[in-house]
Design a protein around this ligand. Structure first.
Ligand code: NAP
Length: 260
């Protein structure tokens, strides 16, 4: 299927590896020109070169922390202030107990996982509306549907973003712009490997055993791949997906046990 987005321009945040890279790769495969971002310059430049080589599309790498104003300003400058497609992503807040977190911890989580994507939506969506076409996909988490108690900061910030998107998506849809959220369950990225390693140490088992135990909680019996995640992201960004507005799409192998 031709997704009809060849020649469009996209900003993909937090994209040197993992789910963000999966999205960048799927968009590059459709002929989308990219600005990609991550904090670590070396891995980001390598990811950009990999995409240029394999897909022959222009890819600009802009190193910086997308949760800061300076990081966002650098990415927006590389775009000349305009993009057709925005993929919002960043690392998640740290785990802990609800009794651990002070006001500053909540402010930091809100800054990173709610206000940073909202700032980029505010910067780029007005231009998309003027041009009559745009796509925004926010990478959130299955924790929005089914809370993960140790990730209370993440549950809080991502649910706030979800509320913003629910209303805003319906205010911009009439101008050809869609905003949707993708909710990852467990995917085989460095983050999942780090969580497996942490569980293995806590329980005195091997990382492979920890992974097998987590895979057993997923009806599909395995972790998702960044490639599968990116394919859904590219479809949401396609010209075929203009009627999908303000949705929260779970990619979790069936792990969240719910009818709707
Ligand atoms: P990952 O494999 O650790 O990759 C994270 C990517 O984001 C890297 O390219 C990293 O590069 C970049 N990054 C992190 N913080 C950044 C920041 N502040 N500014 C710019 N770039 C940043 O993580 P992932 O598994 O792809 O997860 C992506 C998101 O999905 C996270 O928010 C995570 O919480 C969420 N999620 C993941 C899973 C899963 O199973 N993988 C499940 C649910 C939710 P640098 O470190 O160089 O910046």
């Amino acid at each position: 299927m031709d997704l009809g987005i060849r020649g469009k321009r996209a900003l993909v945040c937090a994209a040197s590896r993992g789910l963000g890279f999966g999205c960048a790769e799927a968009l590059a495969a459709e002929g989308v020109e990219l600005v990609i971002n991550a904090r670590g310059k070396g891995a980001l430049e390598a990811a950009a070169e990999d995409l240029r080589t394999r897909f022959a599309v222009p890819v600009t790498a802009v190193a910086g922390d997308i949760t800061t104003e300076a990081g966002r300003a650098a990415a927006l400058e590389a775009l000349g202030g305009e993009a057709d497609i925005l993929i919002n992503n960043a690392g998640g807040p740290p785990p802990g107990m609800w009794t651990d977190w002070e006001r500053e911890d909540f402010i930091a989580a809100l800054d990173a996982n709610m206000l940073a994507p909202i700032a980029l939506i505010r910067a780029l969506v007005p231009g998309m509306m003027e041009r009559g076409w745009g796509r925004v996909v926010n990478i959130t988490s299955m924790a929005v549907k089914a809370p993960i108690p140790v990730l209370g900061l993440s549950n809080t910030a991502r649910t706030g973003l979800t509320g913003f998107v629910a209303g805003t998506a319906r205010q911009v849809a009439g101008r050809g712009v869609t905003i949707n959220n993708l909710l990852p369950g467990i995917h085989a990225t460095d983050r999942a490997a780090a969580l497996d390693a942490g569980a293995a140490e806590a329980e005195g088992i091997t990382p492979a055993e920890a992974r097998a135990a987590r895979e057993a909680t997923i009806p599909a019996g395995r972790y998702g791949s960044p490639g599968e995640f990116g394919a859904m992201c590219a479809f949401l960004c396609s010209d075929k997906a203009g009627f999908i507005v303000g949705q929260n799409i779970l990619l979790d192998g069936g792990q969240v046990n719910a009818t709707l």
